[in-house]
Design a protein around this ligand. Structure first.
Ligand code: 15L
Length: 271
């Protein structure tokens, strides 16, 4: 059996760390790229650690050599200065896509976010949820960067025929308990995230897709149809944690928009 090599950028981040544990497979090597220090390989763990920034063309080019697919999680995961957002999230994504293209990597999975459409109203979601391809309505510079990530993915698919799947992630955390009531709608469990990324890696010829990354939560407002069409089945529901959440329901704009509290945080300020 040919060995599959998957490059994960941002592998030292929260989602990256959760996926490092869950995307291990016989016959697969995970190449893990991050600027932050990463835990060393465990005995028998098929990983290759790369200490580099996603903004470094030479390092990303080397990291893409011999790779079958890239899962690009690297970048700022919250609001910060425009300069940082531009450099790491937008320029960094272009750098990774360009490295993947030059190396002939056929498939890239890009981490986007609900904040690309954070200024869509929650009541826009019909019975089956907000469609995954709703046009961008970012709520922050961070959200703008995720809209740009999606556009770059579309460009690289259209120009070069690469399969590019954009995942608009809700809230991927070990548990929804600390997220408050909003998390009961937005949670993507780590196990479901792994199932979703596996579907992204396995789907035959997906072309360019935008899908939501969310668990099948009772209070879900994002559509699952697009991810399910790719082969994803969610097995988790944040509702099973509802009794553990005692934070009050949000009020004001945070209650009415997809981006929740992001719609009122100061632009460009690290929080
Ligand atoms: C995101 O995009 C962030 O990366 C994450 O930290 C959470 O804030 C999440 O959105 C969310 O909306 O809960």
């Amino acid at each position: 059996m040919a060995v599959q090599r998957v490059l994960i950028t941002g592998s030292a981040g929260l989602v990256g760390g959760l996926m490092r544990l869950r995307l291990r497979r016989d016959g697969r090597i995970l190449r893990l790229l991050d600027l932050a220090e990463q835990p060393p390989a465990e005995p028998g763990e098929a990983v290759e650690l790369v200490h580099a920034s996603v903004t470094d063309p030479a390092a990303t080019a080397a990291a893409c050599a011999g790779v079958d697919a890239v899962i690009h999680l690297g970048g700022h995961s919250r609001e910060t200065s425009w300069e940082q957002i531009l450099d790491v999230n937008i320029h960094g994504t272009r750098t990774v896509l360009e490295a993947a293209r030059a190396a002939g990597v056929p498939r890239v999975v890009l981490a986007s976010s609900n904040h690309a459409v954070g200024f869509r109203r929650t009541d826009e979601a019909g019975a089956s949820g907000l469609p995954a391809d709703s046009t961008a309505r970012p709520d922050t510079y961070y959200g703008v960067s995720k809209a740009a990530v999606e556009a770059l993915g579309s460009l690289y698919h259209a120009r070069f025929g690469m399969d590019v799947i954009v995942v608009r992630i809700g809230s991927c955390f070990p548990s929804p308990v600390d997220l408050g009531p909003r998390g009961l709608a937005t949670w993507l469990s780590p196990d479901d995230a792994a199932r979703l990324f596996e579907a992204c890696l396995a789907a035959p010829s997906p072309g360019y897709r935008v899908i939501w990354g969310v668990s099948d939560n009772t209070r879900r407002i994002y559509s699952l149809a697009e991810a399910e069409a790719l082969g994803y089945t969610s097995l988790d529901d944040a509702e099973s944690f509802a009794d553990l959440i005692d934070a009050p329901a949000p009020t004001g704009p945070a209650a009415h928009y997809v981006g929740g509290p992001f719609v009122t945080i100061p632009l460009g300020e690290p929080d």
